[in-house]
Ligand binder design. Structure first.
Ligand code: FPP
Length: 248
């Protein structure tokens, strides 16, 4: 064991050799956070976007390989148009910044979801960020936008079935996974949902088969680096058996 394999935190001790490779977060509670302060819901989303920036920086410093966040679901179009527009504007602003900073900060960026319904400006920015990824070796941040787990699986199943017919091979999980938005990304080890809700809400349904789940009452805009430490320390105490039995 190396000298620096533990990091002391206010929340306890992080074992730096047992970090989750992939952390995913459902950024929930922005609306309630704003309401508690008498602010419009959009202010909650702006605060949530700031927390995403901070947590992404922290994950990258810790050495986490993948951070995936749920920013906008296929169901979120049902929200009032001013709220949808505000979230899209925050996303666009983030992409502009990412183009400037991603190489310096060594963070790759990938957008997961059906981008066809996004504005041409946002789609162009997504392409610009994607073009920079090849030169970046650090953490990959995945932002799920217009993302829904069921539609992702359905879309992948259709494409994989077409592959199977073409090749004459029997359809298997690997063939389907190639067509998921997350193709090439390991399944999340840890999924965090703040705000007290305890459900997946159509997030990474295929990929979460063996993910460890962590729930906290903190609203996303109040989520801190210490809260992430707590989630990881809790994760590190779990025994992951993947349907097998505990090793002696
Ligand atoms: C869920 O909270 C949050 C969302 C639907 C939007 C999350 C979006 C952002 C944080 C901004 C996106 C920008 C970037 C940079 C990725 P809620 O509104 O459902 O909260 P509530 O349950 O308290 O109402």
């Amino acid at each position: 064991m190396g000298l620096f394999n533990k990091k002391s935190t206010q929340a306890g001790r992080l074992d730096m050799e047992k970090l989750p490779r992939h952390v995913a977060v459902i950024m929930d509670g922005n609306g309630r956070w704003a309401k508690k302060r008498g602010l419009p819901r959009t202010a909650g989303h702006a605060a949530g976007a700031e927390v995403f920036r901070r947590i992404a920086t922290y994950c990258s410093k810790l050495g986490i390989e993948y951070l995936t966040v749920y920013a906008f679901s296929t169901e979120n179009w049902k929200r009032p148009s001013d709220e949808v527009e505000a979230i899209m504007a925050l996303f666009e602003k983030y992409l502009h910044e990412a183009i400037e900073k991603m190489e310096k900060e060594n963070v790759r960026l990938r957008v997961l979801g059906d981008t066809s319904r996004l504005s041409p400006e946002i789609r162009a920015l997504i392409e610009e960020t994607a073009a920079k990824n090849d030169r970046i070796t650090g953490m990959q941040a995945n932002i799920c936008i217009n993302y829904g787990g069921r539609s992702e699986i359905l879309r992948a199943a259709k494409a994989a079935a077409a592959d199977a017919i073409r090749s004459g091979l029997e359809l298997d999980c690997e063939m389907l996974e190639k067509h998921l938005y997350t193709s090439g990304i390991p399944d999340p080890d840890l999924i965090i949902r703040p705000s007290g809700e305890k459900r997946l809400s159509n997030f990474l349904l295929w990929q979460s088969a063996y993910s460890e789940l962590y729930f906290t009452d903190a609203l996303w805009p109040d989520f801190t680096e210490r809260e992430l430490d707590r989630a990881i320390i809790d994760y590190q105490s779990r025994s992951r058996r993947y349907g097998g039995i505990q090793k002696p």
